[in-house]
Design a protein around this ligand. Structure first.
Ligand SMILES: [Zn+2]
Length: 491
């Protein structure tokens, strides 16, 4: 019985890729840094200190807006969000409220097995992170809490979607696309294990026939795509069961319990915070000049979805290959550099051969040697060599195993495939006289197979071709070997 529609909105926090914090010159400390080793009077809220907005963080905020098709507001305002918590020494967080930096955007997601959907983005605004509390069990039955302020003031962009998401799978697709865009734009590294991308889920169910939405339940602080999916599915099941029992779902803030695979209450509506937002008096309104907006647009360049469409159109790649090759900006640049080396007359098969080589052999080796995508052009195999290798393989001038050897020899050495083939004696033999001689020997060694083939069994050719390859040390051109054997047996 599934007569309910699910309505989901996501609030995503991404840590901005800056060297320093949002309002002070403290560095963004590595998670391995000692507790409270990257703090100052500003980010620990000492009296008399003044914040100064980080220009780089603002630039990244602008890029986020542009990449998410938002309107970037010329004027936006920082606001104080007031609440007390031990890891928030100022007792307020500087955020943006009624005048955010970016509004009214959209993200297009892929639906499985096919199709797409547009998820509207309500807003994206700048804010600072809070510190971290470490709860521990003390001696003499005393629990205690330690506070690390290193994260206090780390710049974040909060991206709030409209409630356009209808399932756990759509939420997953939205987060995947959002992460790809933010990484592409250089806004955030989005490493979820380091807490650089966190997600809150708002979810409510409504009976299909009913117009108004049910009460909204919020699930806080999800830090993996899997947790988001599992928490949504668990919450759909919980709310469905409640409605079917005739109970009312209360407005609620919950946490995901990974171990028990269920959401648990955090605070009820009665305990909901009243943040008493007001404009931050220590910071002037943020004004984005037209020239700055233009610079950000130019630096952003082509976005991943547009590049994927172009790869499909220009190079005849299928949806899957184009998606993989545009999953990372540096990877797509490497592929494009390869295609620049391909002859202009190259057929679609050429692009496919290059794509296969990159998603197969190239990925395997790059992962094994932990080469970062930024180093693809300098520390792997040159685009000229990769294209040459793909062409030699497709033309049958290199066997699959010889291609692997050449690939490995070319990696990081700058040696060309031709030079390596000469060096390693790997050039495929296409000399018809030599191939015919091997073919005669192979037929003589396989009289039964030869007879079967003459009687119409096409498969009987296999062992004979195999023998030719063996005799030639894997160097015979298999297509020519095939032809030679057929010619001899037909005579
Ligand atoms: Zn500081």
């Amino acid at each position: 019985m599934n007569n309910f529609e699910t309505v989901i909105g996501l609030e995503v926090h991404a840590q901005l890729n800056t060297a320093t914090k949002m309002f002070c010159p403290c560095p963004q400390a590595d998670y391995k840094a000692g507790a409270n080793s990257a703090i100052c009077p500003v980010c620990t809220g000492q009296p008399g200190t003044l914040p100064a907005a980080n220009v780089k963080a603002v630039e990244l905020g602008v890029k986020t807006g542009l990449a998410l098709n938002c309107r970037v507001n010329e004027i936006s305002i920082f606001a104080r969000k007031n609440y007390f918590y031990p890891d928030l020494p100022k007792s307020y967080q500087v955020s943006q409220f009624d005048r955010p930096l970016c509004e009214a955007g959209s993200v297009e997601i892929d639906l499985k097995p096919s199709g797409s959907k547009t998820i509207r983005v309500a807003r994206a605004h700048l804010e600072e992170d809070a510190g971290k509390s470490l709860h521990a069990l003390g001696s003499r039955a005393l629990d205690y809490t330690l506070v690390d302020f290193n994260r206090c003031g780390v710049p974040l962009i909060e991206i709030v979607s409209e409630p356009d998401i209808s399932s756990a799978d759509e939420a997953h697709a939205y987060l995947t696309e959002l992460k790809r865009i933010l990484q592409w734009a250089g806004v955030s590294q989005c490493d979820m294990e380091k807490g650089e991308l966190r997600c809150d889920v708002n979810i409510s169910l409504k009976a299909a026939a009913v117009k108004e939405l049910g009460q909204k339940v919020e699930i806080k602080n999800l830090n993996s795509f899997k947790a988001v999916k599992d928490a949504i599915n668990s919450e759909i099941a919980r709310q469905t069961a409640m409605i079917e029992r005739g109970e009312t779902v209360a407005q609620d803030t919950r946490l995901w319990n990974e171990k028990e695979q269920k959401t648990v209450p955090m605070r009820s509506k009665e305990m909901a915070h009243d943040y008493r937002y007001f404009p931050e008096p220590d910071l002037v309104p943020l004004r984005i000049a037209a020239a700055r907006l233009e610079t950000a647009k130019n630096e952003l360049g082509e976005l991943p979805r547009a590049r994927k469409t172009r790869f499909m159109k220009d190079f005849g790649l299928n949806n899957y290959d184009a998606g993989v090759l545009t999953s990372d900006r540096c990877l797509s640049a490497y592929f494009e550099a390869c295609m620049k080396e391909a002859p202009p007359s190259a057929a679609e098969g050429e692009a496919k051969a290059v794509a296969n080589l990159i998603t197969g052999e190239f990925f395997a080796r790059a992962n094994e040697l932990k080469v970062n995508p930024e180093d693809y052009l300098s520390k792997t195999i040159s685009p000229v060599s990769l294209v040459k290798l793909a062409a030699l393989t497709s033309a049958g001038k290199l066997s699959a195993s010889a291609a692997k050897t050449v690939f490995a020899g070319s990696w990081g050495t700058g040696k060309t495939p031709e030079a390596l083939m000469g060096e390693l004696g790997l050039a495929q033999v296409s000399d018809s006289v030599q191939i015919e001689a091997w073919a005669r020997e192979a037929i003589a060694a396989n009289p039964d197979a030869a007879k079967d083939f003459k009687n119409g069994n096409e498969k009987a050719l296999g062992p004979i071709v195999g023998m030719v390859m063996k005799k030639s040390g894997g160097k015979a051109n298999p297509r020519l070997a095939n032809e030679a054997i057929k010619k001899i047996l037909a005579a």
